[in-house]
Design a protein around this ligand. Structure first.
Ligand code: FRU
Length: 459
Protein backbone atom coordinates (compact mmCIF):
# COMPACT_ATOMS: atom_id res chain seq x y z
CA UNK A 1 0.00 0.00 0.00
CA UNK A 2 1.54 3.34 -0.85
CA UNK A 3 0.61 6.91 -0.18
CA UNK A 4 -1.36 8.85 -2.75
CA UNK A 5 0.75 11.19 -4.90
CA UNK A 6 0.07 14.75 -3.76
CA UNK A 7 0.96 16.70 -6.91
CA UNK A 8 0.13 14.30 -9.74
CA UNK A 9 -3.44 13.94 -10.98
CA UNK A 10 -5.26 10.88 -9.65
CA UNK A 11 -8.98 10.09 -9.97
CA UNK A 12 -11.33 11.29 -7.21
CA UNK A 13 -12.21 7.65 -6.63
CA UNK A 14 -10.46 4.51 -7.86
CA UNK A 15 -9.58 3.99 -11.52
CA UNK A 16 -7.88 6.37 -13.96
CA UNK A 17 -6.17 5.62 -17.26
CA UNK A 18 -5.54 7.54 -20.49
CA UNK A 19 -5.67 11.34 -20.65
CA UNK A 20 -8.37 12.28 -23.18
CA UNK A 21 -9.75 15.28 -25.04
CA UNK A 22 -7.10 17.74 -23.82
CA UNK A 23 -7.92 21.33 -24.64
CA UNK A 24 -7.37 24.85 -23.40
CA UNK A 25 -10.78 26.47 -23.62
CA UNK A 26 -11.54 30.06 -22.69
CA UNK A 27 -8.17 30.20 -21.00
CA UNK A 28 -8.67 27.17 -18.79
CA UNK A 29 -6.97 23.78 -19.20
CA UNK A 30 -9.41 20.86 -19.49
CA UNK A 31 -8.18 17.40 -18.78
CA UNK A 32 -10.50 14.47 -19.42
CA UNK A 33 -9.39 10.96 -18.62
CA UNK A 34 -10.57 7.38 -18.66
CA UNK A 35 -12.35 6.93 -15.38
CA UNK A 36 -14.17 4.22 -13.47
CA UNK A 37 -15.22 4.88 -9.89
CA UNK A 38 -14.79 1.11 -9.32
CA UNK A 39 -11.36 -0.38 -8.69
CA UNK A 40 -11.35 -2.90 -11.57
CA UNK A 41 -11.64 -0.12 -14.16
CA UNK A 42 -13.89 -2.08 -16.48
CA UNK A 43 -16.58 0.41 -17.50
CA UNK A 44 -15.01 3.62 -18.67
CA UNK A 45 -16.43 7.12 -18.45
CA UNK A 46 -14.71 10.40 -19.15
CA UNK A 47 -13.56 11.97 -15.88
CA UNK A 48 -12.98 15.72 -16.04
CA UNK A 49 -10.62 18.10 -14.25
CA UNK A 50 -9.80 21.76 -14.91
CA UNK A 51 -6.88 24.00 -14.07
CA UNK A 52 -5.75 27.56 -14.65
CA UNK A 53 -2.06 26.82 -14.22
CA UNK A 54 -1.43 23.10 -14.96
CA UNK A 55 -0.56 22.70 -11.27
CA UNK A 56 -3.81 22.82 -9.31
CA UNK A 57 -6.65 20.68 -10.65
CA UNK A 58 -10.31 20.83 -9.72
CA UNK A 59 -12.42 17.77 -10.40
CA UNK A 60 -15.75 18.34 -12.20
CA UNK A 61 -18.58 15.84 -12.66
CA UNK A 62 -18.08 13.05 -15.17
CA UNK A 63 -18.34 14.43 -18.72
CA UNK A 64 -19.35 11.32 -20.69
CA UNK A 65 -20.91 8.14 -19.38
CA UNK A 66 -21.83 4.89 -21.13
CA UNK A 67 -25.36 5.14 -22.55
CA UNK A 68 -27.81 2.75 -24.14
CA UNK A 69 -26.36 2.91 -27.67
CA UNK A 70 -23.01 1.98 -29.23
CA UNK A 71 -21.20 3.09 -26.05
CA UNK A 72 -23.24 1.00 -23.64
CA UNK A 73 -20.14 -0.80 -22.30
CA UNK A 74 -17.79 2.17 -22.22
CA UNK A 75 -16.74 5.57 -23.49
CA UNK A 76 -13.14 4.86 -24.42
CA UNK A 77 -10.35 7.21 -25.42
CA UNK A 78 -10.57 10.11 -27.82
CA UNK A 79 -9.89 13.77 -28.48
CA UNK A 80 -11.56 17.17 -28.55
CA UNK A 81 -11.69 19.39 -31.62
CA UNK A 82 -13.38 22.77 -31.92
CA UNK A 83 -15.93 22.57 -34.76
CA UNK A 84 -17.81 25.75 -35.73
CA UNK A 85 -16.86 27.27 -32.39
CA UNK A 86 -18.08 24.30 -30.34
CA UNK A 87 -15.82 21.80 -28.59
CA UNK A 88 -16.62 18.37 -30.00
CA UNK A 89 -15.42 15.04 -28.66
CA UNK A 90 -14.58 12.04 -30.82
CA UNK A 91 -14.36 8.93 -28.70
CA UNK A 92 -14.60 5.17 -29.01
CA UNK A 93 -17.93 3.68 -28.02
CA UNK A 94 -17.84 0.04 -26.93
CA UNK A 95 -20.77 -2.35 -27.07
CA UNK A 96 -20.44 -6.13 -26.81
CA UNK A 97 -16.75 -5.88 -27.63
CA UNK A 98 -17.36 -3.81 -30.79
CA UNK A 99 -15.40 -0.53 -30.85
CA UNK A 100 -16.73 2.29 -33.04
CA UNK A 101 -16.16 6.06 -33.30
CA UNK A 102 -18.77 8.26 -31.62
CA UNK A 103 -19.26 12.01 -31.29
CA UNK A 104 -20.49 14.38 -28.58
CA UNK A 105 -20.75 18.18 -28.53
CA UNK A 106 -20.44 20.56 -25.62
CA UNK A 107 -23.77 22.17 -24.72
CA UNK A 108 -22.50 24.16 -21.77
CA UNK A 109 -19.69 26.34 -23.05
CA UNK A 110 -18.30 27.80 -19.85
CA UNK A 111 -16.97 24.80 -17.91
CA UNK A 112 -17.61 22.20 -20.65
CA UNK A 113 -19.56 20.29 -18.04
CA UNK A 114 -22.48 19.09 -20.20
CA UNK A 115 -22.09 17.13 -23.44
CA UNK A 116 -24.71 15.86 -25.86
CA UNK A 117 -24.03 12.67 -27.78
CA UNK A 118 -24.79 12.67 -31.49
CA UNK A 119 -28.09 10.83 -31.93
CA UNK A 120 -26.85 8.84 -34.92
CA UNK A 121 -23.67 7.47 -33.29
CA UNK A 122 -21.53 5.68 -34.36
CA UNK A 123 -20.26 8.08 -36.98
CA UNK A 124 -18.28 5.33 -38.74
CA UNK A 125 -20.46 2.21 -38.92
CA UNK A 126 -17.76 -0.45 -39.14
CA UNK A 127 -13.98 -0.95 -39.01
CA UNK A 128 -12.17 -1.06 -42.37
CA UNK A 129 -13.57 -4.14 -44.14
CA UNK A 130 -11.60 -7.04 -45.57
CA UNK A 131 -8.86 -7.00 -42.93
CA UNK A 132 -8.35 -9.05 -39.79
CA UNK A 133 -8.03 -6.33 -37.19
CA UNK A 134 -6.86 -6.59 -33.59
CA UNK A 135 -8.74 -3.47 -32.47
CA UNK A 136 -10.13 -0.22 -33.85
CA UNK A 137 -10.05 2.64 -31.39
CA UNK A 138 -8.75 6.02 -30.17
CA UNK A 139 -8.72 9.20 -32.19
CA UNK A 140 -6.69 12.22 -33.16
CA UNK A 141 -8.31 14.85 -35.40
CA UNK A 142 -7.09 17.98 -37.18
CA UNK A 143 -8.37 20.41 -39.78
CA UNK A 144 -6.42 20.52 -43.04
CA UNK A 145 -7.36 22.47 -46.19
CA UNK A 146 -10.88 22.92 -44.89
CA UNK A 147 -11.33 19.20 -44.27
CA UNK A 148 -11.10 17.15 -41.09
CA UNK A 149 -8.60 14.31 -40.95
CA UNK A 150 -8.79 11.62 -38.33
CA UNK A 151 -6.40 8.85 -37.33
CA UNK A 152 -7.70 5.74 -35.59
CA UNK A 153 -5.45 3.19 -33.90
CA UNK A 154 -5.58 -0.45 -34.95
CA UNK A 155 -3.56 -3.55 -35.72
CA UNK A 156 -3.63 -5.95 -38.65
CA UNK A 157 -3.07 -9.59 -37.82
CA UNK A 158 0.25 -10.76 -39.21
CA UNK A 159 1.40 -7.16 -39.80
CA UNK A 160 1.23 -5.53 -36.36
CA UNK A 161 0.20 -2.07 -35.17
CA UNK A 162 -1.24 0.37 -37.68
CA UNK A 163 -3.09 3.65 -37.96
CA UNK A 164 -5.97 4.39 -40.36
CA UNK A 165 -6.65 7.81 -41.89
CA UNK A 166 -10.17 9.12 -42.55
CA UNK A 167 -11.45 12.41 -44.03
CA UNK A 168 -14.62 14.37 -43.40
CA UNK A 169 -16.11 17.75 -44.26
CA UNK A 170 -18.08 17.99 -41.00
CA UNK A 171 -16.92 15.37 -38.43
CA UNK A 172 -20.07 13.35 -39.14
CA UNK A 173 -19.70 11.94 -42.66
CA UNK A 174 -16.38 10.12 -43.06
CA UNK A 175 -14.99 8.87 -46.39
CA UNK A 176 -13.25 5.52 -46.92
CA UNK A 177 -10.11 4.86 -44.85
CA UNK A 178 -6.57 4.54 -46.05
CA UNK A 179 -3.59 3.10 -44.20
CA UNK A 180 -1.54 5.93 -42.70
CA UNK A 181 1.29 3.87 -41.20
CA UNK A 182 1.89 0.25 -40.22
CA UNK A 183 4.52 -1.26 -37.94
CA UNK A 184 6.03 -2.99 -40.99
CA UNK A 185 7.14 0.41 -42.33
CA UNK A 186 9.07 1.12 -39.13
CA UNK A 187 11.97 -0.49 -37.32
CA UNK A 188 10.21 -0.58 -33.97
CA UNK A 189 7.71 -2.89 -32.45
CA UNK A 190 6.80 -5.21 -35.31
CA UNK A 191 5.71 -7.70 -32.72
CA UNK A 192 2.95 -5.47 -31.40
CA UNK A 193 -0.62 -6.54 -31.67
CA UNK A 194 -1.98 -3.03 -32.15
CA UNK A 195 -1.22 0.66 -31.82
CA UNK A 196 -3.48 2.46 -29.37
CA UNK A 197 -3.99 6.17 -28.83
CA UNK A 198 -2.47 7.77 -31.96
CA UNK A 199 -1.49 11.40 -31.47
CA UNK A 200 -0.37 13.36 -34.55
CA UNK A 201 0.83 16.96 -34.67
CA UNK A 202 3.24 19.35 -36.38
CA UNK A 203 6.43 20.05 -34.43
CA UNK A 204 9.03 22.50 -35.72
CA UNK A 205 9.49 21.69 -39.40
CA UNK A 206 8.40 18.08 -38.92
CA UNK A 207 5.31 16.07 -38.00
CA UNK A 208 5.21 13.65 -35.11
CA UNK A 209 3.11 10.53 -34.61
CA UNK A 210 2.97 9.04 -31.13
CA UNK A 211 1.40 5.62 -30.70
CA UNK A 212 1.08 3.33 -27.75
CA UNK A 213 2.19 -0.13 -28.78
CA UNK A 214 0.20 -2.87 -27.18
CA UNK A 215 2.05 -6.16 -27.54
CA UNK A 216 0.71 -9.64 -27.94
CA UNK A 217 2.73 -10.36 -24.80
CA UNK A 218 0.82 -7.69 -22.86
CA UNK A 219 3.85 -5.38 -23.02
CA UNK A 220 3.16 -1.68 -23.45
CA UNK A 221 5.53 0.89 -24.94
CA UNK A 222 5.10 4.42 -26.20
CA UNK A 223 6.63 5.01 -29.63
CA UNK A 224 7.36 8.30 -31.27
CA UNK A 225 7.92 8.77 -35.02
CA UNK A 226 9.11 12.05 -36.50
CA UNK A 227 8.99 12.64 -40.24
CA UNK A 228 7.51 14.56 -43.11
CA UNK A 229 3.83 14.75 -43.87
CA UNK A 230 2.53 15.73 -47.30
CA UNK A 231 -0.65 14.93 -49.20
CA UNK A 232 -1.93 12.56 -46.53
CA UNK A 233 1.33 10.54 -46.57
CA UNK A 234 3.62 10.33 -43.56
CA UNK A 235 7.25 9.36 -44.19
CA UNK A 236 9.02 8.36 -40.97
CA UNK A 237 12.54 9.67 -40.59
CA UNK A 238 13.30 9.03 -36.92
CA UNK A 239 11.94 6.70 -34.31
CA UNK A 240 12.38 6.84 -30.58
CA UNK A 241 10.89 5.70 -27.32
CA UNK A 242 9.24 8.63 -25.53
CA UNK A 243 9.99 7.61 -21.96
CA UNK A 244 12.19 4.83 -20.61
CA UNK A 245 10.57 4.45 -17.17
CA UNK A 246 8.48 1.53 -18.36
CA UNK A 247 5.25 3.07 -17.05
CA UNK A 248 4.50 6.00 -19.39
CA UNK A 249 1.62 5.07 -21.67
CA UNK A 250 -1.23 6.37 -23.84
CA UNK A 251 -0.01 9.99 -23.90
CA UNK A 252 -1.98 12.71 -25.60
CA UNK A 253 -0.97 16.28 -26.42
CA UNK A 254 -2.55 19.58 -27.38
CA UNK A 255 -1.44 23.08 -28.31
CA UNK A 256 -2.09 25.70 -25.68
CA UNK A 257 -2.74 29.41 -26.19
CA UNK A 258 0.98 30.16 -26.01
CA UNK A 259 1.60 27.75 -28.88
CA UNK A 260 3.25 25.12 -26.70
CA UNK A 261 2.68 21.46 -27.42
CA UNK A 262 1.82 19.98 -24.03
CA UNK A 263 1.59 16.27 -23.32
CA UNK A 264 0.07 14.20 -20.54
CA UNK A 265 0.70 10.46 -20.14
CA UNK A 266 -0.81 7.75 -17.98
CA UNK A 267 1.23 5.89 -15.36
CA UNK A 268 -0.48 2.51 -14.88
CA UNK A 269 -0.63 1.34 -11.30
CA UNK A 270 1.46 -1.76 -10.66
CA UNK A 271 -0.28 -2.82 -7.42
CA UNK A 272 -2.68 -5.76 -7.28
CA UNK A 273 -6.43 -5.12 -7.42
CA UNK A 274 -7.02 -5.83 -3.73
CA UNK A 275 -4.41 -3.31 -2.65
CA UNK A 276 -5.78 -0.74 -5.09
CA UNK A 277 -9.31 -1.33 -3.84
CA UNK A 278 -8.22 -0.79 -0.25
CA UNK A 279 -6.33 2.40 -1.05
CA UNK A 280 -9.22 3.96 -3.01
CA UNK A 281 -7.25 5.14 -6.04
CA UNK A 282 -5.42 3.60 -8.96
CA UNK A 283 -3.06 5.08 -11.56
CA UNK A 284 -1.83 8.64 -12.02
CA UNK A 285 -1.04 11.06 -14.81
CA UNK A 286 2.58 12.07 -15.27
CA UNK A 287 3.37 15.76 -14.94
CA UNK A 288 2.60 17.74 -18.11
CA UNK A 289 5.53 18.06 -20.50
CA UNK A 290 6.39 20.47 -23.28
CA UNK A 291 7.18 18.59 -26.47
CA UNK A 292 9.77 20.08 -28.82
CA UNK A 293 12.17 19.12 -31.56
CA UNK A 294 15.84 19.53 -30.64
CA UNK A 295 18.73 20.57 -32.91
CA UNK A 296 19.33 16.93 -33.87
CA UNK A 297 15.72 16.40 -34.95
CA UNK A 298 14.88 14.35 -31.87
CA UNK A 299 11.65 14.80 -29.99
CA UNK A 300 12.30 16.03 -26.47
CA UNK A 301 9.83 16.34 -23.66
CA UNK A 302 10.62 18.49 -20.66
CA UNK A 303 8.49 19.29 -17.63
CA UNK A 304 6.35 22.41 -18.15
CA UNK A 305 7.99 25.50 -16.59
CA UNK A 306 4.87 25.93 -14.42
CA UNK A 307 6.26 23.14 -12.21
CA UNK A 308 8.83 25.62 -10.92
CA UNK A 309 5.84 26.99 -8.98
CA UNK A 310 5.86 23.87 -6.78
CA UNK A 311 9.33 24.66 -5.43
CA UNK A 312 9.43 25.58 -1.79
CA UNK A 313 12.26 25.61 0.73
CA UNK A 314 15.51 24.65 -0.89
CA UNK A 315 18.92 23.42 0.00
CA UNK A 316 21.93 23.75 -2.23
CA UNK A 317 25.37 22.21 -2.51
CA UNK A 318 27.90 23.42 -5.02
CA UNK A 319 31.29 22.51 -6.48
CA UNK A 320 31.99 18.94 -5.43
CA UNK A 321 34.05 16.20 -6.99
CA UNK A 322 32.64 12.84 -6.13
CA UNK A 323 34.99 10.08 -5.30
CA UNK A 324 33.60 6.75 -4.14
CA UNK A 325 32.27 8.22 -0.87
CA UNK A 326 28.71 9.48 -1.28
CA UNK A 327 27.82 13.16 -1.08
CA UNK A 328 25.30 13.45 1.71
CA UNK A 329 22.68 15.99 0.68
CA UNK A 330 20.75 15.83 3.89
CA UNK A 331 17.47 14.66 5.34
CA UNK A 332 14.21 16.01 3.97
CA UNK A 333 10.72 15.97 5.45
CA UNK A 334 8.05 13.98 3.60
CA UNK A 335 8.27 12.39 0.19
CA UNK A 336 7.58 15.28 -2.19
CA UNK A 337 10.86 16.66 -3.52
CA UNK A 338 12.49 18.05 -6.60
CA UNK A 339 16.21 17.53 -7.04
CA UNK A 340 18.35 19.09 -9.72
CA UNK A 341 21.99 18.27 -10.38
CA UNK A 342 24.20 20.09 -12.82
CA UNK A 343 27.23 18.01 -13.73
CA UNK A 344 30.71 19.10 -14.72
CA UNK A 345 33.17 16.62 -16.23
CA UNK A 346 32.24 13.01 -15.57
CA UNK A 347 34.88 10.34 -15.68
CA UNK A 348 32.99 7.89 -13.50
CA UNK A 349 31.70 4.47 -14.47
CA UNK A 350 28.38 5.18 -12.75
CA UNK A 351 26.70 7.97 -10.80
CA UNK A 352 23.81 7.23 -8.47
CA UNK A 353 21.30 9.64 -6.94
CA UNK A 354 19.76 7.70 -4.05
CA UNK A 355 16.63 8.65 -2.11
CA UNK A 356 16.35 6.57 1.03
CA UNK A 357 13.12 6.41 3.01
CA UNK A 358 13.47 6.82 6.77
CA UNK A 359 11.03 6.38 9.58
CA UNK A 360 8.62 4.18 7.65
CA UNK A 361 8.46 0.40 7.51
CA UNK A 362 11.07 -1.71 5.77
CA UNK A 363 14.18 0.00 4.41
CA UNK A 364 13.31 1.38 1.02
CA UNK A 365 15.28 3.27 -1.57
CA UNK A 366 14.64 4.70 -5.00
CA UNK A 367 17.54 5.75 -7.20
CA UNK A 368 18.39 7.22 -10.54
CA UNK A 369 21.48 5.43 -11.80
CA UNK A 370 23.58 6.77 -14.66
CA UNK A 371 25.42 3.65 -15.61
CA UNK A 372 27.80 2.25 -18.24
CA UNK A 373 29.99 5.39 -18.18
CA UNK A 374 26.77 7.39 -18.06
CA UNK A 375 25.44 5.98 -21.32
CA UNK A 376 22.45 4.37 -19.63
CA UNK A 377 19.91 5.94 -17.26
CA UNK A 378 17.88 3.74 -14.98
CA UNK A 379 15.26 4.06 -12.26
CA UNK A 380 15.56 1.51 -9.51
CA UNK A 381 13.46 0.70 -6.51
CA UNK A 382 15.01 -1.29 -3.70
CA UNK A 383 13.30 -2.84 -0.72
CA UNK A 384 15.15 -4.47 2.14
CA UNK A 385 18.29 -3.91 0.03
CA UNK A 386 16.96 -6.00 -2.85
CA UNK A 387 16.12 -4.46 -6.26
CA UNK A 388 12.40 -4.95 -6.83
CA UNK A 389 11.98 -2.78 -9.94
CA UNK A 390 14.41 -1.41 -12.52
CA UNK A 391 13.83 0.23 -15.86
CA UNK A 392 15.93 2.42 -18.13
CA UNK A 393 17.28 3.34 -21.52
CA UNK A 394 20.14 5.06 -23.36
CA UNK A 395 21.49 8.45 -22.29
CA UNK A 396 24.49 10.57 -23.23
CA UNK A 397 25.68 12.84 -20.49
CA UNK A 398 27.89 15.72 -21.62
CA UNK A 399 29.62 18.14 -19.21
CA UNK A 400 27.08 20.74 -18.15
CA UNK A 401 24.20 18.23 -18.40
CA UNK A 402 21.42 18.44 -15.88
CA UNK A 403 19.45 15.73 -14.13
CA UNK A 404 16.11 16.76 -12.72
CA UNK A 405 14.12 14.39 -10.55
CA UNK A 406 10.64 14.75 -9.06
CA UNK A 407 9.62 12.48 -6.23
CA UNK A 408 5.95 12.49 -5.27
CA UNK A 409 5.54 9.51 -2.93
CA UNK A 410 5.32 6.47 -5.22
CA UNK A 411 5.74 8.45 -8.44
CA UNK A 412 9.20 9.42 -9.73
CA UNK A 413 9.97 11.33 -12.87
CA UNK A 414 13.54 11.87 -14.03
CA UNK A 415 14.53 14.24 -16.83
CA UNK A 416 18.04 14.02 -18.20
CA UNK A 417 19.78 16.25 -20.71
CA UNK A 418 20.90 13.78 -23.33
CA UNK A 419 18.28 11.12 -22.70
CA UNK A 420 14.53 10.43 -22.78
CA UNK A 421 12.69 10.93 -19.47
CA UNK A 422 11.88 8.09 -17.10
CA UNK A 423 8.59 8.11 -15.24
CA UNK A 424 6.77 5.59 -13.14
CA UNK A 425 5.79 4.10 -9.83
CA UNK A 426 9.42 3.50 -8.89
CA UNK A 427 9.23 5.91 -5.94
CA UNK A 428 8.81 5.42 -2.23
CA UNK A 429 5.83 3.26 -1.46
CA UNK A 430 5.73 3.29 2.33
CA UNK A 431 4.51 5.94 4.73
CA UNK A 432 7.79 7.74 5.20
CA UNK A 433 8.65 10.66 7.43
CA UNK A 434 11.94 11.68 5.90
CA UNK A 435 14.04 11.04 2.84
CA UNK A 436 17.84 10.98 2.88
CA UNK A 437 19.34 12.24 -0.38
CA UNK A 438 22.81 11.26 -1.47
CA UNK A 439 24.88 11.10 -4.64
CA UNK A 440 27.78 8.77 -5.27
CA UNK A 441 30.14 7.91 -8.09
CA UNK A 442 31.94 4.65 -8.69
CA UNK A 443 34.91 3.79 -10.84
CA UNK A 444 36.19 7.33 -11.35
CA UNK A 445 35.28 10.91 -10.59
CA UNK A 446 32.08 12.84 -11.27
CA UNK A 447 32.07 16.60 -10.82
CA UNK A 448 28.95 18.21 -9.52
CA UNK A 449 28.70 21.92 -10.20
CA UNK A 450 25.51 22.33 -8.26
CA UNK A 451 22.89 20.26 -6.52
CA UNK A 452 19.57 21.77 -5.40
CA UNK A 453 16.76 20.16 -3.46
CA UNK A 454 13.32 21.68 -3.04
CA UNK A 455 10.31 20.53 -1.09
CA UNK A 456 7.25 20.53 -3.29
CA UNK A 457 4.34 22.61 -2.16
CA UNK A 458 0.99 23.59 -3.63
CA UNK A 459 1.10 27.30 -4.54
C1 FRU B 1 -5.17 2.50 -23.73
C2 FRU B 1 -6.60 2.01 -23.93
C3 FRU B 1 -7.20 2.61 -25.18
C4 FRU B 1 -8.67 2.54 -24.90
C5 FRU B 1 -8.71 2.85 -23.42
C6 FRU B 1 -9.79 2.14 -22.68
O1 FRU B 1 -4.75 2.43 -22.42
O2 FRU B 1 -6.61 0.61 -23.99
O3 FRU B 1 -6.84 1.95 -26.37
O4 FRU B 1 -9.44 3.44 -25.63
O5 FRU B 1 -7.45 2.44 -22.90
O6 FRU B 1 -9.84 2.62 -21.37
Amino acid sequence: MYTRPAYHVVAPRHWLNDPNGLIQWRGRYHLFYQYDPNPAGERKSWGHAVSDDLLRWRHLPVALEPGSGPDQDGCWSGCTVVHDGTPTILYTGVRNGVQLPCLATAVELDELSVWRKYERNPIIPEPPPGLELAGFRDHTVWLEDGEYRQLIGSGIRGVGGCVFLYRSPDLVAWGPPSIFLTASETAAARDTEMWECPDFFPLGDRHVLVTSAYGGDGMRRTLCFAGSYTDGRFAVEREQVLDWGGHYYAPQSFTDRRGRRIMFGWLPDPRGIEVRRASGWSGALAFPRVVRLDEDGLVRNDPVPELLGLRDRSRSVSGRALPARALDAGLHEGTALEIEIEFGEIEAGAVTLALRALGGGDPEETSVVLDGRCRVARLERRQKDRTVQACGGPARLEPGARLRVFLDGPVVEAFIDGGAPLAGFHGIWSQTERVAVSVSATDGVANIRRLDIWHLTQP
